[in-house]
Ligand binder design. Structure first.
Ligand SMILES: Cc1cc2nc3c(=O)[nH]c(=O)nc-3n(C[C@H](O)[C@H](O)[C@H](O)COP(=O)(O)OP(=O)(O)OC[C@H]3O[C@@H](n4cnc5c(N)ncnc54)[C@H](O)[C@@H]3O)c2cc1C
Length: 433
């Protein structure tokens, strides 16, 4: 019966908010609204270095790479990564042939390097988590095209496996489209709401004003506001824990890196089309990554500057990123340009499409997915009934690979709070993007 349906509001239109919204819709017994200042339909990584980007840098989801290469530090994050990988494998469907077959999820052949001296702990963890990926193998040999010039910096261990990359400018809007197609209500907040209560009032007002048949007042709220969480009045005790982690990346075109069936390892059910690379340095930080998107575009990164909130791209950082990448992948520069430069792969010869800056939503203590407690539920409900509040933020540099697993956990908590049966961690309605 319509009156028994629950109305859930998600605050935040990033990958976490959208994944939560879709998992709640998937259960079939909830109506879902999503309210946000930034939305996936806003233009993002088409920006060039000379024009200010339309999406602000603190909308992390617009600026991510984004690859799924787990570096989970504990059992919970490992579960999120595994469950996310299971969902995106299903959403990607069978690998197709040709350019037109590429969807918003892209199969890649990943090489993950561990620079020396790799610690036993880091190696053990990597071995454990990276085994989740198809065709996982370990060797000290670098495959093509990374081995092309034999100039790779020293490394202790190399893991090779197939994984999926999120083609962000296509993946995020695809989530938004699915949300609307499944009956979701999208509300753009012209400016950031200052409290959870304000978001609930906007949403309730919208439901009543438009007399949306069968929709009740909001009964549950997810707070998926990334770095914006610190600005919500109910969250002031957690305010000091939030910080930006600045990441600058370079979007380049290098379609000639495509794997070929005859001499590259692109066999197997996943049929990876592009080679991908990342390197974890001796401090355990990923200081280099090449993340393929569709049509041979690569996100090359990256930097991780804690507390730096300058949204403008820095020329010297671009040069450093390209120098690191070219040391291991001179093939990022087209062969004829390298020949013309006497065999050198120079940064100025890279086909740069954009230089991007985004802020990962860092949080002391790591990501939060939990019920907010009675006080906050009472405040969010105002004079009326309590509204159940579930918090989901602070995903730092891993929000994409955590997304579906974290959303299932958030859904479990919300359903339990609302007295609804808890469901298994699979998507029933959403089968492709
Ligand atoms: C350069 C870079 C590379 C990355 N690479 C990867 C990668 O390879 N793999 C990976 O898994 N992750 C990666 N990440 C991390 C990933 O992007 C984030 O963890 C993820 O996007 C966080 O999503 P979110 O939904 O929590 O936050 P966001 O994407 O920031 O979304 C927050 C949303 O809340 C809204 N909002 C905030 N406050 C308010 C308010 N007061 N009122 C209304 N709306 C509000 C915002 O408008 C926005 O829509 C990368 C990030 C960067 C910057």
């Amino acid at each position: 019966m319509a009156s028994e349906r629950k109305h859930i509001l998600v605050i935040g239109g990033g990958v976490i908010g959208l994944s939560l919204a879709l998992t709640m819709q998937d259960a079939g017994d909830c109506d879902v609204s999503l309210l946000s200042t930034c939305l996936p339909s806003d233009p993002s990584s088409s920006a060039t270095s000379s024009a200010p980007p339309p999406s602000p840098a603190h909308y992390a989801s617009a600026w991510a790479g984004a690859h799924h290469v787990s570096s989970a530090m504990n059992e919970r994050e490992c579960r999120w990564d595994r469950e996310t990988f299971d969902v995106i494998k299903k959403l990607a469907g069978p690998a197709g042939q040709g350019e037109d077959a590429e969807g918003p999820l892209v199969w890649v052949r990943q090489t993950e390097l561990f620079a020396n001296p790799v610690t036993t702990e880091a190696e053990r963890r990597a071995q454990e988590v990276l085994e989740m990926y198809p065709n996982h193998a370990q060797s000290r040999e670098l495959p093509q095209p990374w081995s092309a010039e034999g100039r790779a910096p020293p490394f202790d261990a190399a893991h090779h496996f197939d994984t999926l990359d999120f083609d962000v400018p296509r993946y995020l809007p695809a989530l938004q489209r699915q949300f609307i197609a499944q009956g979701g209500r999208l509300l753009r907040a012209p400016s950031p709401v200052t409290s959870i209560r304000e978001a609930v009032e906007i949403c309730d007002g919208d439901v009543l004003g438009k007399r949306r048949a069968g929709w009740s007042r909001v009964q549950g709220v997810f707070v998926a506001t990334g770095l914006g969480t610190a600005e919500l009045s109910e969250m002031k005790e957690d305010r000091a824990n939030h910080f930006p982690v600045r990441g600058q990346t370079v979007l380049v075109s290098a379609p000639w890196l495509e794997l070929r069936g005859d001499d590259d390892d692109c066999s197997g059910p996943s049929r990876p089309r592009w080679p991908a690379l990342s390197r974890t340095n001796s401090c355990g930080e990923r200081d280099l990554y090449l993340i393929p998107r569709s049509r041979g575009q690569y996100i090359v990164g990256g930097t991780r500057l804690v507390g730096d909130d300058d949204p403008r791209p820095r020329e010297e950082t671009t040069c450093e990123i390209l120098a690191r990448a070219l040391a291991i992948c001179p093939g990022l520069v087209r062969e004829d340009k390298r020949r013309a430069a006497g065999g050198q792969a120079r940064g100025e010869d890279v086909d740069i499409l954009a230089v991007n800056v985004g802020f990962r939503p860092g949080r002391k203590g790591g990501p939060v997915v939990q019920a907010a407690g009675k006080d906050m539920s009472a405040r969010a409900g105002g004079q009326g009934e309590d509204v159940q509040v579930v918090l989901a933020y602070g995903f730092g540099g891993y929000g994409y690979q955590n997304s579906w697993g974290a959303a299932f956990e958030g859904r479990d908590i919300m359903r339990e709070q609302l007295g609804l049966p808890v469901m298994s961690h699979v998507l029933e309605r959403l089968t492709s993007l």
